[in-house]
Ligand binder design. Structure first.
Ligand code: DER
Length: 233
């Protein structure tokens, strides 16, 4: 599968280039699975000494399943590196994250790491956000406020929002690891003031966090279908 191979290439390269002994932030999603796999291999083979702080229940399970040392932000508020996936990245390394609904703790881990490294397959590398990712920008909201938040967003920023529903796995809306709902906001047209949009979204009462990661990533590794890895800083 060329996509899985591309994810693995990016993940392994990032772990090999950026992980040394210390406290590591572990992101969420399917690409980061390969990063944890490589991390565990390096611990076994090279005696690497790492403590892993998760960004979700999924990441926590990954850390435990691979027998890695589990830590939390209370014990380790400073990380040497956080490695995480992305739904889309643009030419300025502005990211859309949250396709897996874990954006809030992911953004916290990205913010307290000396280096925030993105790993992804070629489908995520765009010039402008929205070119390849069509599900919109995930926004974590306090459940009681989801309707007022999406009305406010449509009034002030345009576009259309949808409450993310669980689908067949559970009746009703998706509930995040923090007990909140997710709105997926399909913005209209291309925007170039993402920092402003990110701030405006988070200023709306009821919004917990949004999936725009502006000027946070210091480097991205994109696995390509031809077996190469494209690096972007
Ligand atoms: O939800 C997230 O932010 C994840 O990191 C996601 O964006 C990446 O998921 P993937 O590695 O399965 O594509």
């Amino acid at each position: 599968d060329p996509v899985e191979g591309a994810k693995k290439l990016a993940a392994y390269k990032a772990v090999d280039n950026h992980v040394v002994n210390g406290v590591i932030g572990i992101g969420s999603g399917s690409t980061v699975v390969y990063a944890v796999e490589r991390l565990a291999q390096r611990v076994r083979e090279e005696g690497l000494e790492v403590i892993c702080v998760p960004s979700s229940f999924q990441a926590k399970q990954l850390i435990i399943q691979h027998g890695l040392k589990l830590g939390d932000l209370e014990m380790h508020p400073e990380l040497i590196v956080t490695i995480d996936g992305a739904d889309e990245s643009d030419k300025d390394l502005t990211l859309i994250k949250g396709g897996g609904g874990c954006l809030t703790q992911e953004k916290i881990l990205a913010s307290c790491a000396e280096q925030f490294i993105v790993i992804a397959d070629y489908r995520k590398a765009s010039n402008n956000l929205g070119e390849q990712w069509s599900r919109g920008i995930p926004i974590e909201v306090i459940p009681s406020a989801y309707r007022v938040v999406y009305q406010k967003i449509e009034k002030t920023l345009g576009g259309k929002s949808e409450l993310r529903m669980s689908g067949s796995s559970k009746a009703g809306p998706v509930v995040t690891d923090n007990g909140n709902f997710i709105l997926d906001w399909k913005f209209d047209g291309l925007k170039n003031n993402w920092r402003e949009v990110e701030t405006q979204l988070n200023m709306i009462p009821g919004v917990v966090e949004n999936g725009l990661f502006v000027n946070m990533a210091c480097k991205a590794y994109f696995g390509m279908s031809d077996g190469s890895v494209m690096e972007q800083t």
